[in-house]
Write a protein that binds this ligand. Structure first.
Ligand SMILES: NC(=O)c1ccc[n+]([C@@H]2O[C@H](COP(=O)([O-])OP(=O)(O)OC[C@H]3O[C@@H](n4cnc5c(N)ncnc54)[C@H](OP(=O)(O)O)[C@@H]3O)[C@@H](O)[C@H]2O)c1
Ligand SMILES: *[C@@H]1O[C@H](CO)[C@@H](O)[C@H](O)[C@H]1NC(C)=O
Length: 339
């Protein structure tokens, strides 16, 4: 075979590989390391059974779904949030549909902002189950309001719940994990911990803070390879997060019941979270297109990312000011055009 032909063949293969990659990326709903782990990595049902998993924000949305999927894997569950009756509802459904018995699920009411209660809560878990294998820092609140109109109290509340509450609980659990030289600290930050979007300055700040904190903690724990610090960054997911989002004042939430069909289902999001937990990934992005593409642009091509974000941001603010849901309107167009 001539050298020329060989070169042509090689070039063709490279082109083919590129096209395959591109198609994979267009269909991706998570970063490529995560999707590789889903395909070739360890399975949650091999890795997570018999573990004691403490989930905050378990009364709704992602935390609630996580409780359901974990209860099928045969773990011991600790469910925390403020609303006890909602936690009881979640526990009942776990028992109906999962493989657990009543004694495998502990309901532990917890307010992330009441930091003086976190030590006692941690003791209660250890007393009940003797160990904590995985802490899932999931509880949180979002925000929908323009900076100029927003009270500083709103920013304070977002930091208190999302950031300081999470840091405080983690610091209570950490000594126990260090003593055992093992454990997983899984924190649901957000794609908004990596990129930025208008109407959520305080939320973005709290999630960027979490990213900075846990990325630093991971380095400090490098001498404990058995302790895994993992950040989960979801894009838009169907849940009550927008309904519960704070607005210009701390006392007012959006109460929005806008269409969520353009968002990822909560079951798919949690499925990928479990893959991440089983494979000890450090940071994962869980989002449909075009959100995933935006994250890649922000990470690797910031100049382009700014140009696009400014364009989309203007439209988002305009929608918000007109009282339309900030996102759903242009996703209607996106959906009809491209799906
Ligand atoms: N859905 C999304 O699009 C999305 C995207 C990226 C990141 N996230 C993150 O995912 C996490 C879960 O949100 P979600 O989408 O499932 O929203 P959700 O349906 O509103 O659930 C939020 C959970 O947090 C709990 N929580 C709120 N304030 C709390 C406090 N002070 N103390 C203790 N628990 C508190 C709530 O329980 P109680 O009210 O009973 O306390 C609830 O269980 C959040 O950290 C959110 O930032 C969500
Ligand atoms: C905070 O938690 C402590 C201990 O559980 C409790 O005694 C106290 O009433 C709580 N504070 C608030 C403001 O809920």
């Amino acid at each position: 075979m001539s050298w020329n032909l060989l070169l042509w063949l090689l070039a063709l293969c490279a082109l083919l590989a590129l096209v395959v990659q591109l198609v994979c990326f267009l269909r991706a709903d998570g970063d490529l390391t995560l999707l590789w782990a889903e395909w070739q990595g360890r399975r949650p049902e091999w890795e997570l059974t018999d573990m004691v998993v403490w989930v905050t924000g378990a009364s709704s949305g992602i935390g609630e779904e996580l409780a359901y999927q974990l209860s099928k894997l045969g773990v011991s569950l600790v469910l925390s949030a403020r609303r006890v009756h909602e936690l009881e509802r979640v526990k009942r459904r776990c028992l109906e549909n999962g493989n657990l018995k009543g004694k495998d699920i502990l309901i532990l009411p917890l307010d992330l902002t009441n930091r003086s209660s976190h030590e006692m809560a941690t003791k209660a878990v250890l007393q009940e189950f003797g160990k904590i294998d995985i802490l899932v820092n999931n509880g949180g609140v979002s925000q929908r309001s323009l900076c100029v109109d927003t009270s500083v109290d709103v920013y304070k509340e977002l930091i208190e719940v999302n950031y300081l509450g999470t840091v405080s609980l983690t610091k209570c659990v950490l000594p126990h994990m260090i003593e055992r030289k093992q454990g997983k600290i899984v924190t649901v930050t957000s794609l908004l911990g990596v990129v930025c979007a208008p109407l959520s300055a305080g939320y973005c700040a709290s999630k960027h803070a979490l990213q900075g904190f846990f990325n630093t903690l991971r380095i400090e724990l490098a001498t404990y390879p058995g302790i895994i610090v993992s950040n989960i960054c979801p894009g838009p997911v169907q849940s009550n997060i927008v309904k519960n989002a704070l607005t210009e004042e701390v006392t007012k939430t959006t109460g929005s019941d806008a269409d969520q069909s353009h968002k990822m289902t909560v079951s798919r999001c949690v499925q990928l979270m479990l893959i991440s937990m089983a494979n000890d990934l450090k940071e994962v992005w869980i989002a449909d297109q075009p959100f995933l593409l935006m994250a890649y642009l922000w990470q690797y091509m910031p100049t382009w990312a700014w140009w696009i974000t400014n364009k989309l941001g203007k439209k988002r603010i305009e929608n918000f000011k007109n009282g339309v849901d900030a996102d759903s309107s242009y996703f209607k167009i996106w959906k009809t055009k491209y799906q």
